[in-house]
Design a protein around this ligand. Structure first.
Ligand code: ZN
Ligand code: ZN
Length: 353
């Protein structure tokens, strides 16, 4: 069994380092600065030789894979390169003209070729939307509280066509939003960001967490992700071993028993203290699922260990705000959120909220 080795880097990405802000080894990727203990194979540990902190280990390849999966999802429906291996993945033609060549037409739709990987794709938004009138009616009915059945009857649609239209409308909104994102970011050079982290569907208790980062004053959401893939993966793992492939996929057997809800303590300090206790009761402070936690694993799809979702989320956020001079992030009181700012090399202030 290999010992004393950090999980290998993924390209430039090595996230296993001391995360104590005041420690001289903070951010150091030199293996000499650490001791990697693998006496318990289920729980390998990184110990900082300087300050003694033991940040949980991560599989860098898995963080990178999650980053690509998120980027593909964000780019879904956009007129952009969709090749996961390409540096231009998800960059919309609209705002990254220099990444693409115009490459003829397909019917009345513009075709482009990516300069990075030479793949070609069609701008599905460039032609006329022949369904515009129908889709506007559909939306109007939806917004005025009509049921799906009623809308289908009034517009003579079957339910499948209804949902196809809805997906098309969503994709069109996504395309418009990409333009707003770019305009918003190009107009700002400094800012306050706030992240929120909450169960996506609290009543269904399905273990899916939602992480969104927005501009703190306007509430404009820049990026949002969930620790869930809608498709099934093989090789689900019961315990997180950062030296194993596919270690970010959670096994369905992780769920704990339902426990009595503990009363919410009074006062801010009481709540902060209770959260610390909860965090330290985990065997991996960055993974809330390493304490017995009750949830019902979704029937379809795969849960991702939340630390992989969050690291990937912030790594994806980084290029958006690379031009910002100062960044302040208000983050939830969660180690796997607060630590995430490491991708940023600029002066950055983190406030746990
Ligand atoms: Zn240290
Ligand atoms: Zn490409």
């Amino acid at each position: 069994m290999p010992s004393g080795k950090l999980p290998p880097a993924a390209g430039q990405l090595q996230l296993n380092f001391c995360k104590t802000l005041t420690c001289p080894n903070f951010g150091s990727m030199d293996e000499q600065d650490y001791l990697v203990q693998r006496s318990n194979p289920a729980r390998p540990t990184l110990v900082c030789r300087e300050c003694g902190a033991f940040p949980p280990l991560l599989n860098n390849q898995q963080v990178h894979a999650e980053l690509i999966a998120q980027r593909q999802l964000h780019a879904d429906g956009l007129c952009a390169c969709t090749n996961p291996a390409c540096e231009h993945l998800g960059k919309p033609v609209l705002t990254y003209r220099h990444c693409y060549h115009a490459f003829g037409y397909s019917g009345d739709r513009q075709r482009y070729r990516c300069k990075g990987c030479q793949s070609t794709f069609v701008d599905r938004w460039s032609g006329i939307n022949k369904k515009s009138e129908l889709q506007q009616k559909l939306l109007a009915f939806l917004f005025t509280g009509h049921t799906v059945r009623e809308i289908c009857r009034r517009l003579s649609l079957n339910p499948k066509t209804f949902y196809d239209h809805l997906n098309q409308i969503a994709a069109r909104c996504r395309q418009k939003l990409a333009a707003y994102d770019t305009r918003f970011l190009s107009d700002t050079s400094t800012g306050h960001l706030a992240s929120v982290h909450a169960p996506l569907q609290p009543n269904s208790e399905n273990g899916v967490q939602w992480l969104a980062t927005g501009e703190a004053h306007s509430g404009y959401i820049l990026l949002q992700d969930v620790n869930y893939h809608s498709y099934d993966h093989d090789h689900l793992t019961e315990h997180h071993d950062p030296y194993q492939d596919a270690c970010r996929f959670m096994a369905t057997t992780n769920a704990g028993q339902r426990s009595e809800p503990t009363p919410r303590p009074d006062g801010l300090l009481g709540r902060v203290d209770a959260k610390y206790r909860e965090v330290f009761s985990r065997s991996n402070v960055e993974d809330p699922y390493t304490q017995p936690l009750h949830f019902i694993y979704p029937n379809r799809g795969t849960l991702i260990r939340p630390q992989y979702t969050t690291y990937a989320h912030y790594l994806n956020l980084k290029p958006f705000i690379d031009h910002w001079q100062h960044i302040v992030v208000f983050s939830p009181q969660e180690p796997y959120c607060a630590r995430l700012v490491y991708p940023f090399s600029k002066p950055i202030f983190v406030t746990n909220g």
